[in-house]
Design a protein around this ligand. Structure first.
Ligand code: AMP
Length: 390
């Protein structure tokens, strides 16, 4: 049941975009849609979540509340979802009522690492060596066959490095499997550890006619499994960039994506591109597009949803984004110095309006556009340090 319902006095007669989820991705999508005059509706259990602060209407309900999902559909012309760890039944119900971008079939693939990786392999797309295991015995023999180190991951409900464990000693395979809650019903994927030269991602936009545009390749640095920094242009060869874009487009086409798909990849030391993970939505590594590109990933999704032409995805200038996790608040005793950030030329501050900080929680980001990628990187890092009072 819907617990409560807010409506704001915004009277605009145009399409309404429905957003399942009320986090920062929904918030930035709603902001981009509003610039173009579209309305938005969000659904999230949090009353004062980041999305609810900017959408026209916010439905407060659990993600598995089918009645509330129907309400979201009824209030919207088109619907999208801002995270993939969501009850597929709710999205499927919405898709019976309104067009959903991307379709529930894409969501089903991206929700499950077993389906995702198996499909990539069937499509002839490079992925790290992997096996899916359902018992301690299977885990042990998979680790034996692949060879340590391996990364073991739950096939469902993982994000930002959660539900993962690196196994360096084959004798730990059983413990790791059990630690991840592995069982016959909860399979675990055992992946070869990739000694990558770099991690990159590509956000690919595909419209109703099947036309595709890929945003510039982002070089990503993760810390503790969470994205820390995105650097654009990525500091790899043009061949690697072209291959990463080609892989993203093949996936977008193969899955018949209408909307956005973000493809995270490893670049091996030999220059091979291996797919790590897919996300059928705007992506943290695409936040740089807000200031860095002519059209942002959020505006592009809104354009596709309402049936408008896609925008130019060209990079305006070298751009770096650094995430602001709750760790920044901790370092600054709860009150980061935003004045110091905003006092730095070229630094754009994004705060998501989350009420409580916690170490590891994504609270905001800083984007810096520069003359060179090195300059943008230096300023972005300095800006985050300044926020921490360093
Ligand atoms: P994921 O949740 O699968 O995106 O993993 C989070 C991060 O963990 C990745 O961005 C990598 O930095 C690291 N990681 C995941 N899988 C592997 C792997 N097979 N080899 C090396 N590093 C990995």
């Amino acid at each position: 049941m819907t617990e409560c319902f807010y409506e704001r006095g915004l009277m605009m007669s145009s399409s309404t975009i429905g957003i399942f989820g009320g986090g920062q991705l929904g918030r930035m999508l709603a902001l981009a849609a509003r610039v173009m005059g579209y309305r938005s509706v969000s659904l999230d259990p949090g009353e004062d979540c980041p999305g609810s602060q900017v959408t026209d209407v916010h439905v407060v309900a659990a993600y598995d509340d089918l009645g509330a999902a129907e309400e979201l559909a009824e209030r919207s012309d088109f619907v999208t979802y801002e995270f993939e760890n969501v009850d597929a039944a709710a999205i499927e119900r919405i898709a019976e009522l309104k067009p959903v971008f991307p379709s529930p079939s894409v969501l089903r693939v991206c929700q499950d690492r077993e389906i995702e990786k198996t499909l990539m392999r069937e499509m002839g797309i490079g992925v790290p060596e992997f096996r899916v295991v359902r018992s301690v015995e299977e885990a042990k023999s998979a680790v034996e066959a692949i060879g340590v180190p391996v990364v073991m991951k739950t096939t469902r409900w993982g994000y930002d490095g959660k539900g993962q464990s690196v196994v360096r000693d084959a004798g730990d395979a059983g413990l790791a499997f059990e630690g991840l809650g592995g069982s016959d019903d909860a399979p675990v994927i055992v992946e070869g550890f990739v000694d990558f030269a770099m991690e990159v991602s590509v956000v690919c936009a595909r419209d109703m006619a099947g036309e595709m545009r890929t945003f510039p390749v982002s070089e990503n640095v993760h810390v503790g499994g969470i994205l820390d920094t995105s650097i654009v242009p990525a500091r790899c060869s043009d061949e690697v960039k072209a291959e990463a874009e080609r892989v993203a487009m093949r996936i977008a086409e193969g899955l018949d994506v209408r909307g956005l798909i973000a493809v995270e990849m490893f670049v091996t030391r030999e220059g091979e591109v291996l797919v790590n993970e897919l996300a059928p939505r705007p992506h943290n590594s695409g936040h740089y597009t807000i200031e860095g590109c002519v059209t942002s990933q959020f505006e592009q999704l809104a354009r596709i949803m309402v049936g408008m032409p896609m925008g130019d995805v060209s990079l305006r200038s070298p751009t770096v984004m650094v995430n602001l996790l709750g760790d920044v608040w901790e370092a600054a005793d709860g009150s980061p110095d935003w004045g110091a950030v905003l006092g730095m030329a070229g630094a754009h501050l994004h705060l998501y309006g989350k009420s409580g900080w916690r170490v590891g929680r994504k609270m905001g980001h800083i984007t810096v556009c520069g003359e060179t990628v090195e300059e943008a990187l230096r300023v972005a890092r300095a800006a985050r340090e300044a926020a921490m009072g360093r």
